[in-house]
Design a protein around this ligand. Sequence first.
Ligand SMILES: C[S@@+](CC[C@H](N)C(=O)[O-])C[C@H]1O[C@@H](n2cnc3c(N)ncnc32)[C@H](O)[C@@H]1O
Length: 221
Amino acid sequence: MIPSFVRRKGRISKAQQRALDTLWPRYGIELNQVLDLETLFGRPAEKHLEIGFGRGDALIAMAKAHPEHDYLGIDIYRPGIGYLLLQIEAAKLTNVRIISADAVEVLQQYLPPHCLDAVYLFFPDPWPKKRHHKRRLVQAEFLKLLAQRLKSGAIFHLATDWENYAEQMLLELEAAPDFINTMPAGGFAPRPPERPLTKFEQRGLRLGHGVWDLVYQRREI
Ligand SMILES: C[S@@+](CC[C@H](N)C(=O)[O-])C[C@H]1O[C@@H](n2cnc3c(N)ncnc32)[C@H](O)[C@@H]1O
């Protein structure tokens, strides 16, 4: 698959750099073999994954709200990882771990089959220009790969404020044999109250953007 991101440098604050230097060894995961999530988190709790957490606002809110679940976050944006590390430390969370890599590569090479109870994809890069649509993460090949990492009945929750991408998500998911729409009548889902409101979304709402949620379930294996 063509990468769904371009590496942005972004400005790293002193506190974020310090967090990357000192907190990464505690909460960051180095990739060198297929991960055993139960050993990694030290318990047999549900494993939830957020792909592209940005600054981690949603991940932190979910991890705080559900201490009984374990949360894995994947992103490649270093200032965001620094920010998230600071939040984890401030909230003394023990149920969050971070991977700094391409999520597609992580799914392909480092996560075992059917290990995830839920996956969140909130406001993925929309790649608005038509010639860039091939960079969008939600496409048949990605869905096939993701389905291989989800447990039977696992939830895949997506949200976007880009209407054209929302329509593509719906088309792709409806066509994907491994996913079932949790909405009995099909289509988009009402905003689930448990989806945390991020700064990114707040900005979009202020600018008058719509937001579309999709909640699918992994078909029984
Ligand atoms: C538009 S931002 C949204 C961030 C956050 N989810 C939010 O709602 O504020 C998309 C994020 O996805 C990350 N991203 C895009 N493709 C990725 C990939 N293949 N693997 C890991 N992270 C990715 C980007 O680095 C960026 O931080």
